[in-house]
Design a protein around this ligand. Structure first.
Ligand SMILES: Nc1ncnc2c1ncn2[C@@H]1O[C@H](COP(=O)(O)OP(=O)(O)OP(=O)(O)O)[C@@H](O)[C@H]1O
Ligand SMILES: [Mg+2]
Length: 401
């Protein structure tokens, strides 16, 4: 290993950044609480969480625009907090990219190099390379107000990569773009990161964006890391009800486990699962858990024994699938995705494979009642920009066939 690492990692890969027990308060309010994670070389890592959870503060401390109260930030094994911002081999792209409207694209990208008094020939070569990398090779002479939002975004990235940073920090860089442009730029940015071979640290509150682009996602809430993992990990194996709810659509209901591989929902129905009891649980007792079932993991069939039976409450066509709410006989509402339509009022049976039931420890974020569409505990509303009104609104049978 080239440099000293302080955080364990069984893959043996190099950590370009290591952050340990990072704390930060503003005016007596702690906004970062013992933040600990590492960033591997050439990784696309995303800090994901709702507004105010501390994403930008973490990024600003890495960039050197903000100081830490306590904790360690190492860059290639060296203490980064001692290095002034302008000497860090790190560049930032912000949501408001603050391009100079009175300069053309070339001069916007060249600006920092000119200040550093880099020789003219080298500036020309580096700016042209950077513009080519972001797909703007022929745009050097354009003025900023003659560009689309996506092109401005690319100029901002060119301006950052022209400095040849080891790490690029991106704070909601697609926030100003419309949805279609956002989706295009997500794919382009990911491609750019692979081509450039630079480590990207990305900040967003958009879970879909995080799932699409990242190698690793760090889910944050109130200055605390809730889970670190690959997009597949955090989606399929959320650590707690908060992560399950924030990442994608999910049914989260309380349940109990008496023994390994068996969970009883609040419905009173027992299902086989693939999780053993947690070590702190007592066999034979009703140990409280939360369980998650993703809407797409349900099979819809006729009413039958041993399944969740219920009545279709609403159905909305979503393009590839129908989004269906099924109210089970004791009142729990389940969100189900199905490729075939059903009728409102129809009696159905729901089935789920054991490995599609995810068992989690109870947490402060556990749902009070555990039913889709029922009000969540305070603080969760609107977090994931979920359009819950959309999922319950259409009960008039518009998609009923
Ligand atoms: N300079 C500051 N002075 C006082 N409070 C601050 C300052 N900067 C951030 N905060 C507070 O710290 C908390 C975390 O802010 P931060 O900007 O890191 O959140 P964020 O996760 O980036 O949110 P958003 O998604 O809205 O950008 C917020 O409560 C914010 O009000
Ligand atoms: Mg922010």
């Amino acid at each position: 290993m080239a440099y000293n690492q302080i955080l364990p990692d069984d893959t043996g890969k190099e950590h370009i950044i290591e952050i340990k027990d990072l704390c930060k308060s503003f005016d007596g309010t702690q906004v970062l609480k013992d933040i600990t994670f590492y960033i591997r070389n050439n990784e696309f890592i995303t800090l994901l969480g709702p507004s105010g959870c501390g994403k930008s503060t973490t990024l600003r401390i890495i960039a050197g625009f903000e100081t830490a109260d306590s904790g360690i930030v190492n860059f290639e094994g060296e203490d980064l907090l001692k290095v002034p911002a302008h000497k860090r081999n790190i560049n930032t792209v912000f949501q408001r990219y603050a391009l100079f409207p009175h300069l053309d694209v070339f001069d916007n990208v060249a600006f920092g190099l000119k200040i550093k008094k880099v020789p003219k020939k080298e500036i020309e070569q580096r700016v042209n390379t950077a513009l080519a990398k972001v797909g703007l090779a022929d745009y050097g002479e354009r003025y900023i107000d003659q560009l689309s939002g996506g092109q401005m975004q690319r100029v901002a990235i060119a301006r950052a990569i022209v400095n040849r940073p080891r790490i690029l920090l991106l704070d909601e860089p697609l926030g100003a773009l419309d949805l279609k442009m956002r989706k295009e730029m997500q794919i382009e940015l990911k491609q750019m990161q692979r081509d450039l071979g630079i480590t990207f640290v990305y900040v967003t509150h958009d879970q879909e964006e995080a799932l699409t682009m990242s190698d690793t996602i760090i889910v944050m809430k109130d200055g605390v890391i809730q889970q670190i993992g690959t997009p597949i990990d955090v989606y399929n194996e959320p650590k707690n009800a908060y992560v399950a709810d924030f990442i994608g659509e999910s049914n989260i209901v309380p349940g109990t486990m008496k023994k390994d591989f068996e969970v009883t929902f609040s419905d009173g129905i027992t299902f086989t699962c693939v999780d053993p009891l947690f070590p702190e649980f007592t066999e034979g007792e009703d140990n409280d858990v939360d369980m998650v079932i993703r809407p797409e993991d349900f099979y819809v069939s006729d009413e039958a024994e041993g399944r969740i039976n219920g009545t279709v409450e609403s159905i909305v066509f979503k393009g590839v699938h129908y989004e269906i709410l099924v109210k089970s006989d004791n009142g729990i509402v389940w969100m189900v995705h199905n490729v075939d339509p059903v009728k409102i009022g129809q009696r159905v049976g729901l089935y789920v494979d054991p490995d599609d039931i995810q068992i989690m420890r109870k947490s402060e974020m556990s749902p009070e009642k555990g039913s889709y569409g029922i009000k969540k505990p305070a603080g969760q509303e609107g977090d994931a920009e979920k359009d819950s009104a959309d999922t319950t609104a259409e009960t008039d049978g518009g998609a009923d066939v």
